[in-house]
Write a new protein. Structure first.
Length: 95
C-alpha cells in the first residue's frame, strides 16, 4: 500500500473545512502518505483522497487536488497513492 488511512473530523483541520459542504458532519478517512506524521496540505502533497459519508448511509470516495501545492502536479509517489486509493475503494465497493 502506498498510504495509510487517518481518521479525522472536517472541523479538526482548517484545510478540510471546505469539504463540509460535500460530506456529512462526522469523521472522515484521509488516505495520507506513509511518511506523513500529521495532516496538512503540505504533508498530503496537494492530493487529498477522502472517504466520508453523504447523507446518513452512503459512503463515498473522493479525491481533491490542492493546486496551491506544487501547482497540482502529480509525481510518482502521489500517482501510486492515488492508484492505491482507487483500488481500495473499488475492493470495498465504495463509489
Amino acid at each position: 500500500m502506498s498510504g495509510k488511512f487517518v481518521s479525522t473530523s472536517l472541523k479538526e483541520h482548517r484545510f478540510l473545512k471546505t469539504l463540509s459542504g460535500i460530506f456529512t458532519e462526522g469523521d472522515i478517512e484521509v488516505f495520507a502518505p506513509e511518511s506523513a506524521s500529521d495532516l496538512s496540505r503540505i504533508s498530503l502533497d496537494g492530493i487529498v483522497p477522502v472517504i466520508g459519508r453523504v447523507g446518513t448511509r452512503t459512503q463515498v470516495a473522493a479525491v481533491f487536488f490542492d493546486f496551491r501545492i506544487s501547482g497540482g502536479s502529480l509525481g510518482k509517489e502521489n500517482s501510486d497513492r492515488l492508484a492505491a486509493f482507487i483500488r481500495i475503494a473499488d475492493e470495498k465497493r465504495i463509489p
